[in-house]
Design a protein. Structure first.
Length: 256
């Protein structure tokens, strides 16, 4: 009797194990790629999926976007500067059957493609382009990687270059260049200001030359400004016609 009970328990246990393997619950963002006796029969899910025990084998594939860091890569730019660059890549599976049947490990394969493409594309650029044209390089990386992963059922949506680490001597050189550029801009702005001031002074001089009474009023204004200072002696030239000045102030002609 105990032997029969043990046999029944074993049968029940095996039956439950087989049933558990035959029934799968697939989430909305997952798919099951099903092989029957080694032959691909398609993908199933989401929801409850029933498999034939022992005959069917299923591989679960996630369809959500995967964020993958591309490890730092040593890159020699076109102008022979060695930099270390890392990036991040966003991709997702759009065809689960191809992702399983066309490549052994699509995550590892995508990571390797991203690393080699990063070195290839960025190695063709000069350092200034690498630092200033980040958006264009990101787009070029995305297009190249997506074209290579398309046969695997992988869609690469975004590639972003994160950090560009420069050697210490190159950082110092760039800092000196930036300082020289700021000094150049400051000198240009100062020269432009002096040019505008000289132009305004020239226009003011033309106006004063055409109106003698305006020049005389300017003399009086200068006298007023100097008188406010506590100086001991003031010598001020007065090459002016007081009659014309009074006429200009009173709105009358000289001798009127």
């Amino acid at each position: 009797m105990p032997a029969a009970l043990i046999f029944i328990v074993l049968v029940v246990f095996v039956g439950l194990s087989i049933f558990a393997n035959a029934v799968r619950v697939v989430r909305e963002y997952e798919r099951l790629v099903v092989f029957r006796l080694g032959r691909l029969i398609g993908e199933k899910g989401p929801g409850l999926v029933l498999l034939i025990p022992i005959v069917d084998r299923a591989v679960k594939v996630g369809l959500r976007t995967v964020t993958m860091d591309v490890p730092p890569q040593d890159i020699i730019t076109r102008d022979n500067v060695t930099v270390k660059v890392n990036a991040v890549i966003y991709f997702r599976v759009i065809d689960s059957r191809q992702a399983i049947t066309q490549v052994e490990n699509y995550l590892y394969a995508t990571s390797q493609i991203a690393q080699t493409t990063l070195r290839s594309i960025l190695g063709q650029q000069e350092l200034d382009e690498l630092l200033s044209e980040r958006e264009k390089l990101n787009m070029a990386l995305q297009q190249v990687i997506d074209r290579q992963t398309e046969p695997w059922g992988i869609k690469v949506s975004t590639v972003e270059v994160k950090n560009v680490d420069l050697p210490q001597e190159m950082q110092r050189a760039i800092a000196r260049q930036a300082e020289a550029e700021r000094e150049r801009r400051a000198k240009v702005i100062n020269a432009e200001g002096e040019q505008q001031a000289a132009q305004k002074l020239s226009e003011a001089a033309e106006i004063l030359a055409s109106r003698p009474e305006a020049m005389q009023l300017r003399y009086l204004s200068s006298l007023n400004s100097i008188a406010s200072e506590r100086t001991s002696t003031i010598v001020f030239p007065f090459p002016m016609d007081f009659g014309s000045l009074l006429a200009a102030i009173g709105g009358r002609k000289p001798g009127g």
